[in-house]
Design a binder for this molecule. Structure first.
Ligand code: ADP
Ligand code: MG
Length: 324
């Protein structure tokens, strides 16, 4: 399949919303930003061997490449609308592409996202997606608005995706096949098919003072909020919904490490004034998103975690970092 056959095939598969004036096929796409809204733009790359394994099913790769980008839009409170796809592959394989697109477009359709352009080159397998969303003027949720005294919240349950990876490393889980045990399969799905918290992010507009998506690990990402907002934070571990403890992974401490520093959760960590508690509870019910209050924003710059047994000793590396 040549590059041009691929583009023709792709074009035939795409549908567009009214905000897309011109999609795939010209030198560039043309879109209409709804009146009174601002564009929110993000890019993330997934590289083979760094972000995913060579054996990853193409459907799962397509899904995840878009999901990690939509998660960034969710953390801004944005409504996703468009995406572009730049992909490098070492050889053109029509069947592989079809499956890749199936995964990507399944998630795109769920959120009304139009694929409006991209590029295709030969090289080591790598996928870069740019996602574009919109927010009403001035309502994007940023990292720099947390205030001392704010509540600290997180959606969902942390450490499950990192748990799946940990199980696979000790030979307890095959990431590339459905697991027989339902709880193992749930962890595997958390890693290979993350679900971006779009509805929750939109519901947090005008409520959250700051937000970030948890992609590198809770503490690493919370530190970004603290640095941007010039505050500290106190996490009460007992309040944090986390992956189940399992002797196969080394017990309680290992589980706490997964929940606090494991990556790939794609949950939202956010802060909000105490007065917003009831409104946030209501917004989470409306968006069908579980959320928990896990601590407090403090003055200063320290990040600390209280465990049932005392203080958690923060590792020098709080989460995943490239070039380390
Ligand atoms: P140009 O050489 O002018 O950049 P291309 O041949 O790269 O054009 O692309 C032709 C059209 O197909 C463009 O609209 C481009 O956005 C789209 N396109 C190319 N590759 C992809 C891709 N991987 N995903 C989505 N659209 C693509
Ligand atoms: Mg091009």
């Amino acid at each position: 399949m040549s590059e041009f056959e691929f583009i023709k095939h792709l074009k035939a598969r795409l549908t567009h919303s009214a905000h897309t004036i011109l999609g795939v096929g010209d030198d560039a796409a043309v879109v209409d930003c709804p009146a009174g809204e601002q564009l929110v733009v993000t890019t993330d790359t997934l590289n083979v061997g760094v972000h995913f394994l060579q054996e990853t099913a193409p459907e799962d790769l397509g899904w995840k490449a878009l999901a990690v980008n939509l998660s960034d839009l969710a953390a801004m409170g944005a409504q996703p609308r468009w995406c572009t796809l730049a992909i490098s592959v070492d050889h053109a394989n029509a069947h592989w592409f079809e499956r890749f697109l199936e995964g990507l477009l399944a998630l795109a359709h769920q959120h009304g996202v139009d694929l409006i352009g991209g590029d295709m080159t030969q090289g080591r397998l790598s996928v870069t997606i740019t996602a574009i969303g919109t927010v009403p003027d001035g309502q994007a949720i940023r990292r720099d608005g947390a205030q001392s005294g704010d509540d600290l919240w997180v959606t969902g349950c942390l450490g499950e995706a990192a748990g799946a990876l940990a199980y696979s490393r000790v030979g307890q889980l095959n990431l590339h096949a459905r697991a027989a045990d339902p709880s193992d399969e749930k962890l595997r799905q958390r890693l290979i098919r993350p679900i971006p918290r779009i509805a929750a992010g939109i519901g947090l507009r005008n409520l959250a003072s700051a937000a970030i998506d948890v992609s590198d690990g809770l503490l690493a990402d919370l530190r970004h909020i603290c640095q941007a907002s010039q505050v500290g934070a106190h996490v009460v571990f007992a309040a944090l919904p986390h992956v189940a403890e399992d002797p196969r992974l080394g017990g309680w401490q290992a589980m706490a490490d997964l929940a606090l520093t494991g990556g790939d959760d794609y949950e939202l960590c956010f802060t909000a004034p105490v007065t917003a508690r009831a409104a946030i509870d209501a917004a989470m019910v409306t968006s069908a998103t579980p959320a928990a209050r896990i601590g407090t924003i403090e003055s200063g710059s320290a990040l600390r975690v209280t465990l049932q047994t005392g203080e958690y000793a923060l590792p020098s590396v709080l989460g995943y970092e490239h070039f380390r």
